[in-house]
Ligand binder design. Structure first.
Ligand SMILES: [Mn+2]
Length: 246
């Protein structure tokens, strides 16, 4: 029998580990709903990021040993900043017609959650709608591929990548997703050259995005549990186009 390496062992979550990840995700979802309620034209990214951290402070029970509540510093981006994959919240103010991107997660008993949602502050132009729907379709295609039993990371990545690059060349600038556990990015990885085989019982993100530097970007990220023959989406936030228009 092949001896498993530590990254392979920890990729597969026990019931308790999974319960922590799901709890972290549910708290993130409550925080997102609150943040959306608080958004107003003129609010800065820094102020909106504080809505996020304040929300986590409110909903997360005190954790033993001072476990940090954030899985990673929240990404809050408005307008052209959404084209920057790792944008740090700044002094940009929310304006009518902006795209808004939230990428955040928290930890419960050291286990992380991760989610990205993109919103439109007012009715978006046709091009932005088209690209939002393309990103969503890329995510759905990857999910469907996993549901056929495909477990080769690069094949799953390629399904989303091929679909997007056939329409928008070179605008999907990162891997399709990553494992989530006690750290926010862990083995395995959906990447074009990944040799990883995704094991049953691991939690992965599926996060296609398209980015147009100087203009805007759109990313949609869900967390899924890889099951024996399919997968289970652990993210419970609407992502249809209508729900994305605020
Ligand atoms: Mn992620």
């Amino acid at each position: 029998m092949k001896i498993k390496l530590i990254h392979e062992v920890r990729a597969v979550k026990s019931k308790q580990e999974l319960a922590n990840i799901i709890k972290a995700q549910r708290i993130s979802e409550r925080v997102l709903q609150d943040v959306l309620q608080k958004l107003k034209t003129g609010v800065t990214e820094i102020a909106a990021a504080k809505f996020v951290t304040d929300g986590f402070a409110k909903y997360l029970p005190a954790q033993a040993g001072g476990t940090p509540i954030l899985a990673f510093p929240p990404i809050v981006a408005f307008g052209k900043n959404t084209a920057n994959i790792h944008h740090e919240p700044g002094s940009s103010k929310l304006k009518k017609g902006n795209i808004i991107m939230f990428d955040f997660g928290c930890t419960v008993n050291h286990y992380c959650s991760d989610m990205t949602r993109t919103y439109f502050w007012g009715e978006p132009p046709a091009k932005q709608k088209k690209i939002y729907l393309a990103v969503l379709e890329a995510q759905n295609r990857a999910l469907k591929k996993i549901q056929t039993g495909e477990r080769r990371a690069k094949v799953i990545d390629n399904v989303a990548r091929k679909f997007l690059s056939s329409k928008f060349k070179n605008n999907f600038k990162h891997g399709l997703g990553h494992g989530v556990g006690t750290v926010i990015h862990e083995w395995p990885n959906f990447k074009p050259k990944s040799e990883d085989i995704i094991p049953t019982g691991c939690v992965m993100t599926i996060e296609p995005g398209l980015y147009f530097k100087g203009f805007w970007g759109i990313r949609i990220e869900d967390m899924v549990l890889i099951t024996k023959k399919s997968c289970k989406n652990l993210t419970n936030v609407a992502k249809d186009l209508n729900s994305a228009i605020l």
